[in-house]
Design a binder for this molecule. Structure first.
Ligand code: ATP
Length: 319
């Protein structure tokens, strides 16, 4: 196994990782690599094994088999050393809620040999206006951002974010995304788990989809499961007085009409859309709710996992 030392290109390297809880085989031979400076995202339905993998990499759980290296170190043997270089945001974090945001960030900073300036960290997580507010007075989303600040103050090279925006409103999610992107600008590596496909689409340079303890697909969000090669979907309302047969010939894999809505599946969406719209303009007819779309990451994910994941609903489609 290549050492994931500070000079190599890998922040995390896992080979044939296995974890059993008694009879339950939660992780069944997982291999993955995370390159330094990337946002890597682990996706999968409830119970797929994501948290188990993350916690093995954080040194909180022991593995049953396989190899794991985090920043060149085996997390099972180097937990103390890794604590200095790895930032962790757990799904549930308990802090002393009588202290203010600034006091907590400063206190956590003192636990580390190397720390970032308190106000810089508070600015990074966009909590400047809450700097002197006690933790117990923060909203749920602000608390999660404080958790992130506490993970960042030790200036880690690698940050684990386990479902960082669960329970956030849409504005808070966008804010969290911009913070996570700022981490990449600082050269940090981010290992993310999420149930939100739009989050993975927006943030991840690479995603891995897990199901029942195994990785079933990996790739860039745009390419996962051959997404970039799938036909586009052109949809519109069939104008009154016309039938499917009246529409112009277009390069298409499939054309169908149901309940007055036309669906054209095509790998050449530009000429197909152009012919259809020209046809409509020449006749002065309207194509109601005309749209061209590629399959979303969510479409591909549901196809891959056969799913499945009813635990959390994605708040908006990841187009
Ligand atoms: P979620 O999306 O719900 O957080 P996950 O993908 O993180 O799920 P894990 O929490 O890693 O999944 O769980 C994987 C499997 O291992 C599940 O079947 C779970 O019930 C089981 N499991 C997890 N932790 C334990 C434990 N401490 N003891 C026994 N079984 C466990």
């Amino acid at each position: 196994m290549t050492a994931t030392d500070p000079h190599s290109g890998l922040a995390v390297e896992v080979r044939d990782l296995r974890k059993s809880y008694g009879e339950v085989e939660a992780v069944r031979g997982v291999s993955l690599e995370v390159t330094r400076g990337e946002v890597f995202c682990l996706l999968g339905p409830n119970g797929a094994g994501k948290t188990t993998i993350v916690e093995i990499l954080e040194g909180y759980r022991t593995r049953t088999g396989g190899e794991a290296q985090v920043l060149g170190l085996d997390p099972a043997e180097n937990r103390r050393e890794l604590r200095e270089r790895v930032g962790i945001v757990l799904q549930q974090c308990g802090v002393q809620s009588d202290l203010t945001v600034a006091e907590l960030v400063e206190m956590y900073g003192r636990y580390h040999a190397r720390s970032r300036p308190v106000d810089e960290v508070i600015e990074l997580v966009e909590l400047v206006e809450k700097r002197d507010v006690r933790a117990k007075k923060l909203s749920g989303g602000q608390r999660r951002r404080l958790d992130l600040a506490l993970a960042l103050v030790g200036d880690p090279d690698l940050i684990f974010l386990d479902e960082p925006t669960t329970g956030f409103d849409p504005a808070a999610r966008r804010q969290a995304w911009s913070t996570i992107q700022s981490l990449c600008d600082l050269g940090k590596t981010v290992f993310l788990t999420t149930h939100y496909m739009d989050e993975a689409q927006h943030l991840a340079s690479r995603v891995a989809v897990m199901n029942a303890g195994q990785i079933i697909a990996t790739g860039r969000p745009d390419e996962l499961g051959g997404r970039d090669l799938r036909p586009a979907e052109i949809r519109f309302g069939l104008p009154a007085g016309f039938s499917l047969a009246d529409l112009p010939e277009v390069p298409a894999q499939e054309r169908s009409a149901e309940d007055g809505r036309v669906l054209v599946l095509t790998t050449e969406p530009v000429p197909a859309a152009q012919r259809i719209t020209t046809w409509a303009l020449e006749r002065g007819v309207e194509l109601e709710r005309f749209s061209v779309s590629q399959p979303t990451l969510e479409d591909i994910y549901l196809e891959l996992t056969g799913s499945g994941d009813h635990g959390h609903e994605a708040p908006e489609a990841a187009r």
